[in-house]
Design a protein around this ligand. Structure first.
Ligand SMILES: Nc1ncnc2c1ncn2[C@@H]1O[C@H](COP(=O)(O)OP(=O)(O)OP(=O)(O)O)[C@@H](O)[C@H]1O
Length: 287
């Protein structure tokens, strides 16, 4: 099957900074690909280069099998991190503007929206007067009426409440089930697990790719149960180990149990191992 979006060795430098360092990534019809990574890992730069919005420094990107062009971009729904809305227009006016740009036919009522578009039900207030969650939802809903084959969503739920996020992910899932490919960046593990495939970006490169299970790949953490868990935490941190807390349970990443025992320096504690979470795996990859 031909990928909707396919990059090979895609690179982008800003002066001396290599923001994207040779990324190979494919997005097929009907799949949700989650791009994960810390702030500044290069996710936005990668997306913009892949779509041809930003000129890459090297490598190739094919959008619907061809180098990105206006024609190709008319077949995508792109929701940038900044939402890409006109703040001094209402949601409906934004939608009309966007629909006109995509050549969507206006309805008999002058509306340029798909019938039943949720944008019609938004308040007739200016976008800048709406809460961030609603602005993000407007940006998302506006990206759909022209019938895109590929959705590219840059942190669509950042700053959005849990209920609105869940609703948005329901729509994303429905779009994918209808055969639309989705590339989405997220920081939230809850969202990552709703993706069919994940790519973890670290310092401009893909450090791991696959399902959540592929990325975790049997990695384990050392667990430390101690009555004086604060002292255990302090000693492990002082020893320079990568430590996290789950309740009062201390978890040590990327260290052998012997190292943990040495760092605890005789503090009474029960040591064990447990599978890493996706969050912990990301922290290890970013080390
Ligand atoms: N126009 C620019 N000029 C110079 N440096 C830039 C520019 N845009 C991004 N960068 C730098 O490139 C690197 C990658 O940034 P990018 O925004 O692509 O990362 P990101 O993973 O999307 O981060 P975030 O999750 O914060 O959006 C960062 O170090 C950033 O400071």
């Amino acid at each position: 099957m031909n990928a909707l979006l396919s990059t090979r060795s895609l690179r982008k430098s800003y002066g001396d900074l290599d923001a994207v360092r040779g990324v190979d990534l494919d997005v097929e019809a009907g799949e949700i690909v989650g791009l994960l990574g810390a702030n500044g890992a290069g996710k936005t730069t990668f997306m913009r280069c892949a779509l041809g919005i930003l000129a890459p420094s090297g490598g190739t990107s094919l959008l619907f099998g061809r180098p990105p062009s206006r024609l190709g971009r008319a077949r995508i729904g792109y929701v940038p991190q900044g939402r890409g809305l006109y703040p001094d227009l209402t949601p409906h006016e934004n939608a009309q503007f966007s629909a006109a740009a995509y050549g969507v036919r206006a309805g008999t009522d002058g509306s340029a929206l798909a019938e039943g578009s949720p944008v019609d039900s938004y308040p007739r207030r200016l976008v800048r007067e709406l809460p961030l969650g609603l602005q993000r939802r407007v940006a998302f809903d506006i990206a759909l009426p022209h019938g895109p084959q590929l959705l590219v969503l840059d942190e669509p739920t950042s700053g959005v409440g849990p209920l609105e996020s869940a609703e948005l992910w329901e729509v994303i899932g429905r779009q994918a089930a209808a055969g639309i490919g989705v590339l989405v960046t997220t920081h939230t593990m809850n969202e990552a697990i709703q993706c069919d495939r994940l790519a973890v970006m670290v310092d401009g490169s893909i450090a791991a790719e696959g399902t959540e299970a592929d990325i975790i790949a049997g990695a384990t953490v050392v667990t430390v149960e101690a009555a004086d868990w604060q002292a255990a935490f302090d000693r492990l941190v002082q020893a320079g180990l990568l430590v996290s807390l789950a309740g009062r349970g201390v978890r040590v990443l990327g260290a052998a149990p012997e190292q943990v025992l040495t760092a605890l320096d005789g503090l009474p504690a029960a040591i064990g191992t447990a599978p890493v979470t996706l969050d912990e795996r990301m922290a290890l990859l970013a080390q």
